[in-house]
Design a protein around this ligand. Structure first.
Ligand code: NDP
Length: 453
């Protein structure tokens, strides 16, 4: 089978040159799925892997907009409609200057398996732009979002493709995008998730990815009859996922000691308690400032600027029990993974998508720590988006407790699916194989049923 994996990867690379993150994401999945293909030659015969790695549709478009000084800018917009075998395309929009086709294809590909794991009927998609919302006025962000939607609206719809937020796309951006969609289509539908509560949003959606990553960590810990109580946690990022990860860690009796942004990170050995977290939320969501201000505000905190010349990220080099990477892809390399294990970390639950490099993943798997890959551990966000779609279709809203109860239930089921799939295919405790196989089989079966489309 290893020759199958290398031949398949050579084919993927030749077909999708220069899309490094996409190659990385496919490689991880095909290594796990090779175990399934051995037992089920029918998937190979029907070329499921060749088809599942080819997007059903890629939309690429020009996004022109005017800044506050009247200057013209042109960004690039994307939507990758990856797979609709089990439901409408579903996945976030990312606005960040690093966005390119390969990154969005990796995210869309991961989304297919993640959405399958949620048990909800959602296909996989992803989109976004190389637009950078940082330093832009609200008015400029609105102009950009409107121009972006002027093209995207013709490709999406509540039964076709339902985008959501991701890096750089939060409540403000979803509001502007939804407003423009509504104007162009003249209809009020659940075409985006992450909406405001007053206009079709779901309670707990903002919290869901972070809460879900912590629920997943708790489930992994429960296999060793442990809880998060008293555990020290390293968290990266300081956006949506990081903030609600820390809120849930605090609620479950743990202590989070780090936060970061793209400039540097803070280490607060006393712990980021609810009062300090309120400061972070105001800093990041309203004032849109830098995390360095946290160290200026609170005593006993150290701020370290990231040094691009370093071969590791010092955030991951502190004594702790758990790590919740919640910033971006490939933020934990092999050295970081070794540092984490050396410093006592034995639970890693990925809030971000693919935050660990393949070499880093190998360190975790070999060390047999409780390692929850992003496509399982951060599936709480899209699960709650699925719950928002259900509420929109039924034209009703569930209570906070109801949504949170359903989220916890879904995270438990995802954990069970991963654990069972890993054991069934002879790798008990390997959540990487569990998530890839658990997500793959359902989509593959649906593709087999639906013929060559
Ligand atoms: P936000 O935009 O709210 O926050 C992102 C955070 O990560 C910011 O602190 C940002 O710092 C930092 N960051 C972003 N890019 C980089 C980079 N290249 N290097 C260093 N730091 C960086 O995004 P989210 O919290 O929503 O998303 C975080 C991660 O979680 C992403 O991987 C996303 O795909 C994943 N995710 C998000 C979901 C959601 O529901 N929002 C669902 C599932 C996964 P700065 O402000 O300086 O850019």
């Amino acid at each position: 089978m290893s020759s199958y994996v290398s031949e398949f990867m050579a084919w993927v690379k030749a077909k999708n040159p220069a899309e490094l993150e996409f190659h990385q994401a496919v490689h991880e999945v095909v290594e796990s799925v090779a175990l399934v293909l051995e037992r089920h030659p029918e998937y190979r015969k029907m070329k499921i892997m060749e088809r599942i790695t080819e997007p059903e549709r890629v939309i690429l478009f020009r996004v022109p907009w005017l800044d506050d000084r009247g200057e013209v800018h042109v960004n690039r917009g994307f939507r990758i409609e990856m797979n609709s075998a089990i439901g409408p395309y579903k996945g976030g929009l990312r606005f960040h200057p690093t966005v390119n086709l390969g990154i969005l294809k990796f995210l869309a590909f991961e989304q297919v398996f993640k959405n399958s794991l949620t048990t909800l009927p959602m296909g996989g998609g992803k989109g976004g732009s190389d637009f950078d919302p940082k330093g832009k006025s609200d008015h400029e962000v609105m102009k950009f979002c409107q121009s972006f939607m002027n093209e995207l609206f013709r490709h999406i719809g509540p039964d076709t493709d339902v985008p959501a937020g991701d890096i750089g796309v939060g409540g403000r951006e979803i509001g502007f995008l939804f407003g423009q969609y509504k104007k162009l289509r003249n209809e009020f539908t659940g075409v985006l998730t992450g909406k405001g509560l007053a206009w079709g949003g779901s309670l707990i959606r903002p919290e869901a990815t972070g809460y879900g990553a912590v629920y997943f960590a708790s489930e992994m810990l429960s296999t060793r009859k442990e809880t998060l109580e008293g555990k020290t946690c390293l968290v990266s990022g300081s956006g949506n996922v990081a903030q609600y990860t820390i809120e849930k860690v605090n609620q479950l009796g743990g202590k989070a000691v780090t936060l970061s942004d793209s400039n540097g990170y803070v280490y607060d050995p006393e712990g980021i308690d609810p009062k300090k977290l309120t400061f972070v939320m105001e800093l990041k969501n309203i004032r849109r400032g830098r995390i360095q201000e946290y160290a200026d505000k609170f005593q006993g905190v150290t701020y370290t600027r990231f040094d691009p010349k370093l071969d590791h990220n010092p955030l991951w080099d502190h004594q702790a029990d758990c790590a919740f990477p919640s910033a971006t892809q490939n933020e934990i390399n092999e050295k970081d993974a070794k540092n984490l294990v050396k410093n006592g970390v034995y639970v890693v639950s990925e809030g971000a998508n693919m935050p660990t490099t393949p070499e880093g993943v190998k360190v975790f798997v070999d060390a047999k720590i409780l390692y929850g890959p992003g496509k399982a551990a951060n599936a709480g966000g899209v699960s709650t988006s699925g719950l928002e779609m259900s509420q929109n279709s039924m034209r009703l809203g569930w209570s906070r407790e109801e949504v949170d109860r359903r989220l916890l239930d879904i995270m438990k089921r995802i954990h069970r699916t991963c654990a069972d799939a890993a054991a069934t295919y002879g790798t008990p405790g390997n959540y990487v194989n569990g998530a890839n196989i658990g997500g793959f089989v359902k989509v593959a079966d649906a593709m087999m049923d639906q013929g060559l489309v």
